[in-house]
Write a protein that binds this ligand. Sequence first.
Ligand SMILES: NC(=O)c1ccc[n+]([C@@H]2O[C@H](COP(=O)([O-])OP(=O)(O)OC[C@H]3O[C@@H](n4cnc5c(N)ncnc54)[C@H](OP(=O)(O)O)[C@@H]3O)[C@@H](O)[C@H]2O)c1
Length: 438
Amino acid sequence: MTSRNRYTVMSNNLNPKTNPSQPPIYQIKVKGHLGQQWADWFEGLTITREEDGNTLLTGPVVDQSALYGLLKKVRDLGMTLLSVNGVHLDQTESPDVNQNFLLSNQNNLGGIRMKAIVYTKFGSPDVLEMKEVAKPTPKDNEVLIRIVATTVAAEDPGIRARPGLNGFLKPKKPILGFYLAGEVEAVGKDVKRFKKSDKVYGNTGLGLLGTYAEYICMPEEAALAMKPANITYEEAAALPNGALTALPFLRDKGKIKSGQKVLINGASGAVGTIAVQFAKYFGADVTGVCSTTNLEMVKSLGADKVIDYTQEDFTKNGQTYDIIFDTVGKSSFSGCKGSLTENGIYLTTVPSPATMIQMLWTSMTGGKKVGIAATGLRPSNEKTKELIFLNGLIETGKIKAVIDRSYPLEQIAEAHKYVEAGHKKGNVVITIDHNAKI
Ligand SMILES: NC(=O)c1ccc[n+]([C@@H]2O[C@H](COP(=O)([O-])OP(=O)(O)OC[C@H]3O[C@@H](n4cnc5c(N)ncnc54)[C@H](OP(=O)(O)O)[C@@H]3O)[C@@H](O)[C@H]2O)c1
């Protein structure tokens, strides 16, 4: 590396002495000449060939865990690590205080690990295994989150058991999990929305999954928001599933209005418990349909009326509704049509092929309509706006989480068995003990 290269890096104003809010610059020296083909592996670092035949990797490193991650990459790629230096403003290189530690632990860098539930084939809950895997390091636009709680959502067992949404021959993403709450442990240099120690919650989406783990890196523009102070991490992990589903269904598809009569079928599930509360918030007259054991719980969420589906068929009681929202997909449009008002709409989270055709057909005709959505596939910025909207309702006590059971991460297979039986009340939460042994 020439002295001009050195000056270039430091003139980026990333040195802690010139701007303490920016991450420090490190230089990692490895044996031999590395070409630019390694640029992807060391994203964010400048690769420079030294005259002595070795290579310098130079750039900002957010914190010690990111530094460990980089050094582990060096080891995993079979490179020989020669030195690690913090770079100072005076353009001299002084050994980082941790250098000796890092070098003496060069063969032990597998210590930068985390616990995660991994699956490598589709199948029964037993395919879920707790393993030690590499702890991720955030890219420039990412936040590293120490996960405190996640959930087993209704869709998780299906993604675990069958090819489809997460690959065909084997799972594309080996760590499942959509929802999380935790604390930001580190941020990449371009991150503006979050900082270290922020308490956050959100949804990773199908493209990332990965919340059955101690840590996750997510782009700052992912569906993340600050956790309201008046709820626990467990409640924060539980809320997005129902909220990010019920809100777009009721508000965007159903165009819910104050004074309307709204029926929520499956009012005791993760989506249903939030749908009842949203429908009340929007000023509707709400009927919740659930089984005998859940009648009191659904009433406590604000339902004006409850129907016990084991005793009464809501499609045959002569009542009509402006919106019928079947959150568990146990009914059909043809079965519910007689229970809709003249311009009423039938919404379902689990559309059959017939429902999809009916949705298209009714969108072109007057009268009763069908509405469906794939709410999980919406862009992150829409979900983030909804989480921020949700925060206001959580803080004023208008929306609360219903948690049925809570399991430690190591018992996640048990949680899957319970969820796939189809009778959970609200949410099943997974708590992550970072000190637990495998
Ligand atoms: N389209 C989308 O964008 C979207 C988004 C999210 C979720 N989903 C899907 O939506 C579905 C529901 O999700 P969820 O998380 O709310 O499910 P969930 O929490 O697993 O639902 C379980 C609840 O459903 C109730 N239930 C079972 N059979 C019923 C019936 N015949 N009538 C009324 N209630 C009944 C159960 O009560 P009892 O035990 O008392 O019967 C239980 O409390 C899942 O299939 C999920 O994959 C779709």
